[in-house]
Write a protein that binds this ligand. Sequence first.
Ligand code: MG
Length: 169
Amino acid sequence: MDKKVHELLNNQINKEFYSAYLYLEFSNYFKAKGLDGFANWYMIQAQEERDHALLFYQYLQNNNMPVTLGAIDSPDREFADNMAVLQAGLAHEEYVTSLIHDIYAAAYEVKDFRAMQFLDWFVKEQGEEETNANDLITKLELFGSDPKSLYMLNQELGTRVYTAPSLVL
Ligand code: MG
């Protein structure tokens, strides 16, 4: 495997675990506010990010490449309000999309077709992540200022259930 592709894939393990950490912090924030549905939504988001990390980990192992695990940064803890949390989530997903695209570009450059095929799933997944983050912002804009509506939105987010990723290595 190309050195740069390997390095970027390995770094992505850390980035995905950081994402899990960030969403655990979001879940923690909403739990403390009594918004259990939002806390549930971000807890499941954190589980998905852990799954993403493990997919990169497994992909390297399956290709006989070494895995190096680095320290995971602590996430930001200060949020002005509920909306600031959701906006931080969208900004983070846009950043992760750029990282996935960077790995894809590196793989494309050296004609690493196997890595490109692996990354195809993540390219699509990032589109969904950004859509979800945007939709949540729209809902909070519409319903966040009215306690009854916020209660119902919280109920809706509480119904989200974890499903394992559709990508199997
Ligand atoms: Mg991810």
